[in-house]
Design a protein around this ligand. Structure first.
Ligand SMILES: Cc1cc2nc3c(=O)[nH]c(=O)nc-3n(C[C@H](O)[C@H](O)[C@H](O)COP(=O)(O)O)c2cc1C
Length: 125
């Protein structure tokens, strides 16, 4: 089985409130468990950053669904590729909501080779 990961960023059509986020996460976690998908979603006031990982065909299908989702736009792939092991094996979809100025600035100045560093920062903060 090809284990694949993909990190993208997107812009919410409007900042999501807590019930909307919880609803999104509930549906995503249920589906991800069924399709052997794990990952991390970061919600900032003006952007999402998400890592999804799992069997390649499942990730490609999920990404098509995500790109078509009307709750956000400007879906841009930051990094993708084959992996030997998962970054977040225990999480059907881990979630971080960071709106501190510091973290926000880090996300905005994100470059491709900095993406994984961002996940390190978020995980240890
Ligand atoms: C920022 C964002 C992240 C999402 N992450 C996931 C996810 O990890 N897993 C998932 O199944 N759906 C996720 N969704 C929802 C999908 O876009 C889509 O609604 C879901 O796959 C259901 O698609 P369907 O109604 O065509 O079956 C996400 C949506 C958004 C806006």
């Amino acid at each position: 089985m090809d284990l694949y990961y993909l990190i993208y960023t997107s812009v919410p059509v409007r900042p999501m409130n807590e019930p909307e986020l919880q609803d999104l996460l509930r549906v995503a976690r249920e589906a991800n468990s069924r399709f052997d998908v794990t990952g991390l979603l970061i919600s900032l006031p003006e952007s999402f950053i998400q890592l999804i990982e799992g069997p390649r065909a499942n990730i490609e299908q999920l990404y098509l669904n995500i790109m078509a989702d009307k709750r956000h736009y400007g879906v841009t792939t930051l990094r993708e590729g084959l992996i030997d092991k998962r970054f977040f094996p225990d999480w059907a979809m881990a979630f971080k909501s960071h709106d501190t100025r510091q973290c926000y600035q880090k996300a905005l100045s994100l470059h491709d080779d900095k993406v994984l560093q961002l996940f390190d920062i978020i995980e240890t903060s």
